[in-house]
Design a protein around this ligand. Structure first.
Ligand SMILES: Nc1ncnc2c1ncn2[C@@H]1O[C@H](COP(=O)(O)OP(=O)(O)OP(=O)(O)O)[C@@H](O)[C@H]1O
Ligand SMILES: [Mg+2]
Length: 362
């Protein structure tokens, strides 16, 4: 197993810098998920670790040894791609055995290695079939089996469930997690699906335009986003964002906007930013009431999204529309009068210039 470290890694494709000063240590046995929008550099970072891509500058270390100049074959890292990439003319057994050809192993040893991964992945009954006879989920199990059979130092997966339908994705997600726990292999997993990231990761790495935005546990990135990008990127529906001004212990929304009372200690840190602040508050921290109560501000509902387990209710406060998460059927319809408050402990304030979370991220 392996610890993987990226130190000051820079990667250019021509004039286009795709990884910018990339710093990351992945601990032995850890499951790290790289999350970010398309073109952010996730695949490039993964391919750089595997040695499928050279880096322009910086170092990559595996167990403390520099490997940036080593070939992929000498790094002992397995890679699972989004497309299944199995050899169609080979059986499942031959596909899984393929990486063992370069390794000296007698037949009995090889058979037992294949049997073990096939059993772990529940594809033992398919060993003599061709890939074309398998379902999408089983094909991806074979691809994972082929990656694991050599017992690599680390397993890298680039959107391995991307082509599967929702139900199978959920099932395979649970299996990948189980497999990781059973094997304890250092794993790096790329996705742009945040639910996948949240459910699999020990730590999530959020990438945007080649720059690491935040590295932290799923809770950290959700509860303590370091900047506005992470705040808006993580969570569904997205965090409510509003330009606000601070007036004493009051946070005022734009326009003829409503104001909310906050404790002075929180707000005293925000007074002298100079460039103004942006409020960020998740829908579950926007509190609705059917009747006038202390600290609550009058508003009108503009839209209701019934989602079965809960509703998302849009409320208009002056010029601002905020989305609140409520229990199902809490508000009857659009145009209803409600009262709104914000849970101060879950409010975030971002500097308008630096976009950093002024209450401190993780
Ligand atoms: N071989 C290449 N030659 C030139 N540019 C490339 C090459 N590979 C990637 N890029 C560019 O590098 C940037 C990052 O691409 P990358 O594939 O790493 O992003 P990604 O985060 O994996 O995106 P996606 O979610 O779409 O898979 C993009 O601007 C892409 O066009
Ligand atoms: Mg990619």
């Amino acid at each position: 197993m392996a610890q993987i470290e990226m130190r000051n890694v820079q990667k250019f494709f021509g004039a286009n810098q795709v990884l910018k000063d990339f710093h990351l240590t992945i601990e032995d046995g850890e499951f790290v998920v790289m999350l970010g929008q398309s073109g952010g550099g996730k695949t490039t970072a993964l391919r750089a670790i595997a040695g499928l891509e050279t880096i322009t500058d910086g170092k990559i270390l595996i167990n403390g040894k520099e490997v940036q100049d080593k070939k992929a074959a000498d790094r002992d890292i397995a890679f699972v791609f989004q497309s299944f990439s199995l050899y169609p003319h080979m059986t499942v057994r031959e596909n899984i055995a393929f990486p063992l050809r370069a390794v000296r192993m007698d037949a009995a040893e090889r058979d037992s290695a294949i049997k073990e991964v096939a059993e772990t992945l529940q594809i033992a009954q398919h060993l003599d079939r061709k890939p074309s006879a398998l379902s999408g989920g089983d094909m991806q199990r074979v691809a994972i089996g082929r990656a694991l059979v050599r017992r690599p130092q680390a397993l890298l997966m680039d959107e391995p469930l991307g082509v599967l339908d929702t139900e199978l994705r959920e099932q395979m997600r649970a299996e990948i997690k189980r497999l990781h726990i059973a094997r304890g292999s250092t794993s790096v997993y790329v996705t742009h699906d945040q639910i996948e990231a949240m459910s699999l990761a020990d730590r999530i790495v959020i990438l945007h335009d080649g720059v690491l935005q935040q590295v932290g546990s799923p809770d950290d990135v959700y509860l303590h986003p370091t900047n506005l990008f992470v705040a808006k990127f993580v969570g569904s529906p997205v965090m409510n964002i509003a330009d606000v001004h601070i007036e004493g212990s009051r946070v005022a929304l734009p326009g003829d906007g409503a104001g909310f009372q906050f404790d002075e200690t929180t707000l005293s840190k925000l007074q002298n930013t100079g460039d103004g602040v942006t409020l960020g508050i998740r829908p579950e921290a926007v509190l609705l009431s059917q009747k006038k109560s202390k600290g609550y501000v009058e508003a009108v509902t503009t839209n209701i999204e019934p989602l079965g387990s809960h509703d998302i209710v849009d409320v208009r406060l002056g010029d601002t529309v905020m989305r609140a998460r409520t229990e199902s059927g809490f508000v009857r319809g659009e145009g209803a009068q409600v009262w709104v408050n914000l849970d101060p402990s879950q409010a975030h304030f971002f500097d308008n210039k630096t976009e950093l979370n002024l209450r401190g991220g993780a």
